[in-house]
Design a binder for this molecule. Structure first.
Ligand code: OTU
Length: 599
């Protein structure tokens, strides 16, 4: 134990000693403002380096596009050296110390980080902490019979334990990677593989794994990365008779890694990728009975799911209920609020939340799958089922945001208009709900499903690739041609960011409070800080106009400033606020000042 402590501490101090003068300056700046990621004006963008611009230097050449969009935070999808062949979009890492040679080198990454910093942007990259590729040297040594390397993974000589574990484990990829263990003939044994058979779960019960991962993380910090996205973090610890997710030890590991990084590279923040129920999620932000320093940022999966649920059901009651009863995140943390990401959408709607608005949980989840797969009569969506699991009646959804919103440029103009409104509506909530809004590459242009992945044997089985298109730069050019779909959407993203940036009420210090309003189609929430301008957002998920009594709102919109409204303005009169179909409104109200005279 003492040796382990000394090794970890030694690694952190060595890393601190090696930090460049530029990064030390960044550390100083962030120590002076440790809440930098909590302020309004942080706008995220996420893309694959190769799909966006070929290589890392290609990305550096396109920073003007990100600046134009108002981006301040760039998440590049996995870019460390993956295994050859299928690699789960880079989530099967063969070398944590090297960049995928197709994308560039470690120096290119450092140069890109520097260029981003000079343009006022932070860089986020993935660290796949839960598993390595079967081709990683650790796994390769285990395959060759090295017992020390074998102890880096969960290896079982027979099915006795795997069978017992399986009784309580879920399957993440039931369709293309059933089960959680893979038989490895070279070892005559079963290896724990939560995800694909080539992704071997690390054994954090072995201190050598902790040290090795800590060193990998500390090295990445010194390249100039600002935020590390910890992939699949709920799975880090296994315990018999549990689902082996969210175990207390997983939190200790994160806490330990966090403190090592705080020591070595104070500028670096942690982002949790934990797609788990809200009660468990806040714990990754350190929200335990006694708060702890774990991750600084986490994905707000619940908001994302509820947005799509509201859009399909044209109903704001479930989102209002589910978000109202969510435990607040700890004050020093924030969310990543997003509409789409590279993964599928899993219907995280609890039976309790559904019942609270009079619905059956299973039926609603099933409805959402059928709706977004385009199977439900009258559905506007063009998505596809992902990992259908008939055994437990579960299914998830793939598709780009634009396709799920029903955007079809070849269709009738009214349909195009409605689809644009849907997409803007979802982003209008994501941009002001709570945290850093994240634009998923292509949503700013309305890119639709891309079926080219079917021609690539390494990808064809995984339909998540349909919503990971390559950037069509000639299409992006249309953002400068007024009236085009691209100009409309890009313009909206810019406006949402521009207005968001100057609203003090959108600081993380002012968490959202969902409001109970008297029209089921609406979702409303408010945010405020004592003595400052108060904020109100209202969204209408129905295609028809809807109105609510202003009595339920924290202030009268008629006396407030309309900061931003959809393509058609909302109206206030007779004690009611009326929003057009799929409309939204952002209002600001400074106590003691009348409309228009505020600062
Ligand atoms: C993550 O997702 C990544 O985002 C995926 O792209 C990877 O395939 C996967 O890890 C393996 O590296 O289950 O359906 O609670 O939900 O880690 C996606 C976290 C996933 C998991 C999440 C995982």
């Amino acid at each position: 134990m003492a040796a382990l402590r000394a090794t970890l501490l030694g690694a952190a101090l060595r890393s601190r000693a090696e930090r460049s003068p530029e990064l030390r300056e960044r550390d100083a700046g962030r120590l002076a403002d440790p809440t930098w990621f909590q302020h309004p004006g942080q706008i995220g963008y996420v893309c694959y380096a190769d799909r966006f611009a070929g290589t890392l230097t290609g990305v550096a050449d396109h920073l003007d596009y990100l600046v134009e969009l108002g981006v301040t935070y760039l998440h590049l999808m996995p870019l460390l050296a993956p295994r050859p062949g299928p690699n789960d979009g880079g989530y099967a890492v063969a070398d944590y110390g090297a960049v995928d040679p197709r994308l560039g080198t470690i120096d290119d990454l450092a140069n890109l980080a520097g260029a981003l910093h000079r343009s006022g942007m932070s860089l986020c990259i993935d660290v796949v902490v839960n598993h390595t590729a079967r081709e990683h040297p650790w796994a390769q040594r285990a395959l060759a019979g090295d017992p020390a390397a074998r102890a880096f993974y969960h290896v079982f000589d027979d099915r006795a334990l795997p069978d017992r574990y399986e009784q309580t484990l879920r399957e993440v990829f039931p369709a293309f990677a059933p089960g959680n263990f893979t038989f490895v003939p070279e070892m005559g044994a079963w290896v724990w593989t939560t995800f694909n058979d080539y992704q071997w779960d690390l054994n954090y019960g072995n201190p050598a794994v902790l040290v090795a991962m800590a060193e990998a993380i500390l090295n990445l910090c010194n390249i100039g990365v600002d935020v590390l996205r910890l992939d699949a973090v709920p799975f880090l610890w296994k315990r018999l008779d549990t689902d082996c997710e969210n175990q207390p030890e997983a939190h200790w590991i994160v806490e330990l890694l966090r403190s090592l990084v705080a020591m070595a590279a104070p500028a670096v923040a942690f982002k949790a990728e934990a797609i788990v129920p809200p009660e468990q999620l806040v714990q990754y932000l350190g929200g335990h009975e006694v708060p702890r320093h774990e991750c600084d940022i986490a994905y707000h999966n619940q908001l994302m799911v509820m947005l799509w649920s509201s859009l399909a059901s044209r109903d704001g009651r479930l989102i209002t209920h589910a978000l109202s009863r969510m435990r607040h995140r700890p004050p020093a943390t924030t969310w990543m609020t997003y509409v789409r990401c590279h993964d599928d959408i899993g219907w995280a709607v609890s039976d309790e939340d559904a019942a609270a608005v009079g619905w059956d949980g299973w039926s609603h989840r099933n409805f959402l799958t059928e709706f977004y797969a385009g199977e439900f009569p009258g559905s506007f969506a063009h998505g596809a089922r992902f990992q259908d699991n008939p055994a437990i009646g579960d299914s998830r959804i793939s598709g780009t945001a634009a396709s799920l919103c029903g955007l079809d440029p070849a269709g009738d103009p009214a349909g195009v208009e409605t689809a644009i409104r849907r997409l803007v509506l979802l982003y209008a909530v994501a941009f002001c709900y709570d945290g850093i809004p994240l634009v998923y590459m292509g949503d700013e242009l309305g890119l639709r499903n891309d079926l080219h992945y079917l021609d690539d044997p390494d990808r064809a089985a995984d339909n998540r690739w349909m919503h990971r298109p390559a950037m069509p730069w000639e299409v992006a050019e249309r953002r400068h041609r007024p009236g085009t779909i691209e100009a409309r959407l890009f313009g909206w993203m810019q406006r949402l960011g521009t207005v968001q940036r100057r609203l003090a009420a959108l600081d993380a210090a002012a968490p959202p409070e969902p409001l109970a309003v008297d029209d089921p189609h609406l979702f409303a929430f408010t945010r405020s800080r004592p003595g400052e301008e108060r904020f109100l957002a209202v969204a209408n998920f129905s295609e028809e106009a809807a109105s609510c009594s202003t009595a339920a709102l924290p202030f009268d919109p008629g006396e407030a400033t309309l900061l931003l409204g959809g393509d058609e303005s909302p109206a206030v009169g007779g004690g009611r606020l009326t929003l057009p179909g799929l409309g939204f409104a952002w209002y600001g109200f400074t106590p003691g000042s009348a409309a228009g005279t505020g600062p």
